[in-house]
Ligand binder design. Sequence first.
Ligand code: AVI
Length: 316
Amino acid sequence: MFAAAFENQFAADVHCGLTRMDQKTLPCRYFYDDLGSALFEAITTLPEYGLTRADARVLQAHAGELMDLLPGELIVAELGSGTGIKTRPILEQLGKRQTAIYYPIDVSGSALAKCALELGGRASVFPLEMNYLEGLRTVSERRATGQTLLTLFLGSTIGNFEPDSASDFLYAVRQSICSGDALLLGTDMVKPVEHLIAAYDDPTGVNAAFNLNLLGRINRELHGNFDLRRFEHLIRYAPDAQRIEMHLRSRVDQTVRVKKARLVVDFAMGETIWTESCHKFHPEQICEMARTAGFHLEAQWVDQEWPFAESLLVAV
Ligand code: AVI
């Protein structure tokens, strides 16, 4: 709606989110500029943030079983692959029975280049610099008859969607693939609240830097004048919604200008910008989400150290 009036979508979204009357918001997809991506990489190595290591452990432990459940000629696509590092065990297992064909899909060209370099020796890699659904449709168009498509959506990125959008997204994925194709979905599970708070409010301050960088990015790209020292990282856990809510809280009364978003915006002391939600799941909720979108749950593996599930969904 706003895009035509602004230089780009980022400017339009910042204008829209910061002029909301009830709760100011910023979309979490804008966290990932070069600095934000580097900070996220650092988060994944924090002792308090068990999610990424759990994801990798489950894939490492069960890649063989996963392949046994998907016989026949397989091609693999990954939504938001990044550098594709977690996918290695799957491609290695697949490589034992056929030439592994892998389509990493990501909006970051530099991550895709790294991915092709690192996994090129193990598989035929065809990077697609596109958004998820555009990429998946491209893979579907390119596939040969008789090939089964395995789509990977790892890392609990689905948890950053609002529940309705997550269901709509899974339905759109189902519409882009064929009956008998599979989706491997990674989801972080509900766990003791103190573990979740520590993961998203680490004592080293890496999550805080990741969150604040969003304001830094607005300053750099949209000519804003946010003083990052006048905002602080704030984490809440909403048990009913089963989600971590990440905010930036204004430390003082202040006015901020963002030239390219045509914005002059006031913040009261204590007022927040809601920047991200990280939903956590129970196993049966994944089953229900899958069923509604047109999949059945074929298998589910859960890490014991940091409850995190890898669910194999097959398109009905
Ligand atoms: C990318 N996503 C799964 C992360 C999460 O845990 O929801 C993003 C993140 N936000 C703060 N720390 C990590």
